[in-house]
Design a protein. Structure first.
Length: 310
């Protein structure tokens, strides 16, 4: 993740911060040196979580006429990039997703991937930008995630773990406790975990997601060689099964989460909200000014006829 590491180094150079007694400010970047550790698996990308994790329902998808600041830089590469607010049925705080029409995945697929991230982790994501290109991704200290190409849900969970890591003025991957845990172990989950402390933490979050769901790790051999890392991650309040896989982002902890409002009761999802969601989906399907005009006429007809779509 070379671009991500470059961004982190820039913050280190221009925003130095002193060490606190127990944690490192995320702008004082953890060591990006490779970890000299044995990998238990070649990769965690084949965990096949997409086939088992349920999708949160989409309550509302609204087209935004103006791009959020987090997506402005992408508009120079993709002039017709669009932005949307997505409200899922486990949280009334919407997620903003910017999508380039020439991306390797459709907007619907991007929404599906977002909806499969467990709500306990998804609540830390800021803005998501989906762009065409070779498959890669990076997450900024702001919690903004940038996805290129067609990445599986495992990669989306990995990037969400970075957003969680950077959510407060202290980072887990930069803490003395994490440094000690890694230092006292002889192995890491997979080859990518050995990139550095930050990537190792995010891969452990992905591994913990799998382990929580399946109640066992995906390794054919003993995990004692990374027992300290596993213990550190397991000690985090994030990985409480009932809230991690729960049905609300209103967990009640002031831990830097960016989406904390409880879901709307089904009865509070109004006709107009349903029509707005349908209009947004129709707009991206039809495309262009002609499609938009047709969509507006259709929506007006629906409202006048008081027809319920669901």
């Amino acid at each position: 993740m070379t671009y991500y590491q470059f961004i982190l180094l820039c913050f280190l150079l221009f925003f130095p911060s002193p060490l606190s007694a127990h944690r490192i400010n995320p702008r004082q970047v953890p060591s990006l040196a490779p970890l000299n550790k044995t990998a238990l698996l070649p990769s965690l990308s084949s965990l096949n979580l997409s086939s088992v994790l349920s999708k949160a329902g989409v309550q509302n998808l609204t087209y935004l006429p103006n791009l959020p600041a987090a997506c402005n830089s992408s508009s120079s590469i993709c002039p017709d990039i669009s932005s949307h607010n997505i409200t899922l049925d486990d949280c009334s705080d919407p997620w903003t997703l910017c999508h380039c029409p020439s991306s390797n995945i459709s907007l619907d697929t991007a929404v599906d991937r977002l909806s499969q991230i467990p709500v306990g982790l998804r609540r830390y994501i800021a803005t998501i930008t989906v762009m065409p290109g070779d498959s890669r991704a990076y997450t900024l200290l702001s919690g903004d995630i940038n996805i290129f190409g067609d990445l599986p849900v495992e990669a989306w969970i990995h990037e969400s773990a970075h957003a969680f890591d950077f959510a407060l003025n202290v980072s887990h991957s930069g803490s003395p406790q994490w440094l000690a845990a890694v230092g006292n172990d002889s192995c890491v989950p997979d080859s990518y975990s050995a990139t550095d402390l930050v990537e190792d933490f995010a891969q452990h979050a992905l591994l913990k997601t799998y382990t929580l769901f399946n109640n066992l790790p995906p390794f054919p051999t003993s995990t004692k060689c990374m027992a300290n890392q596993l213990a550190y991650v397991s000690s985090l309040a994030l990985f409480n099964f009932s809230t991690f896989f729960g049905n609300t982002c209103a967990i009640g902890t002031n831990d830097g989460a960016r989406h904390i409002a409880p879901p709307l009761p089904p009865s509070n999802v109004t006709h107009s909200q349903q029509v707005q969601g349908f209009a947004a989906r129709s707009l991206r399907t039809l495309g262009g000014s002609v499609g938009f005009s047709i969509c507006l006429v259709f929506v007006s007809w629906l409202i006048n006829c008081d027809i319920y779509l669901w």
